[in-house]
Every structure is written in structure tokens, then in C-alpha cells.
Design a protein around this ligand. Structure first.
Ligand SMILES: [Zn+2]
Length: 86
């Protein structure tokens, strides 16, 4: 198993406690490889981003990540609000 490493923000156990990471399993698209200790369809998420995986675990990890990244982006504060225009 790989150490916790958020699939969205790359936070690792150096940034947060191990307990604040969740391993989320998505739909398996390939049989797990014998030599690979980490399941292909499982990704770590930190406590800030694990909520974005809700309802997306029926997707494959690749498709789910497209949706999750888009949702995170939509939720982020606008980096260029119109009110900051000169
Ligand atoms: Zn994160």
C-alpha cells in the first residue's frame, strides 16, 4: 500500500495525520496485478477532499478524478474576481 498522498492536493502524511486520509475505492477496471501492492482503483484523499468522492465510487478512478477535479475547481474561490479588475 502506498503511503497517504492526496490525489487532489498532493498533501502527504507530512502535512496531515495519517488518520485524516481516506483510501477511496473506485470501480475496478483491471484485475489487480500480483506484484503491485497498491490496488489500481484506490486513491488516497485528505480530509478536505474526500467529500468530493461521494457518489463517484461507481466510476473508474480515471473518470472519477476528472469529475472530482472539476468539482474542486468549481468550489475554489475565484482567483480573478471581477471586482479586482482595475
Ligand atoms: Zn487534498
Amino acid at each position: 500500500m502506498r503511503p497517504p498522498y492526496c490525489a487532489i492536493c498532493n498533501a502527504s502524511h507530512r502535512d496531515h495525520d495519517y488518520e485524516s486520509f481516506t483510501l477511496v475505492y473506485f470501480r475496478a477496471i483491471a484485475a489487480p496485478l500480483e506484484h503491485e501492492g497498491h490496488p489500481e482503483n484506490a486513491l488516497w484523499f485528505c480530509k478536505d477532499h474526500v467529500r468530493y468522492t461521494e457518489g463517484k465510487t461507481e466510476m473508474s478512478a480515471i473518470v472519477a478524478m476528472v469529475h472530482i477535479r472539476a468539482a474542486v475547481r468549481r468550489n475554489a474561490p475565484n482567483p480573478w474576481p471581477l471586482t479586482s479588475m482595475p
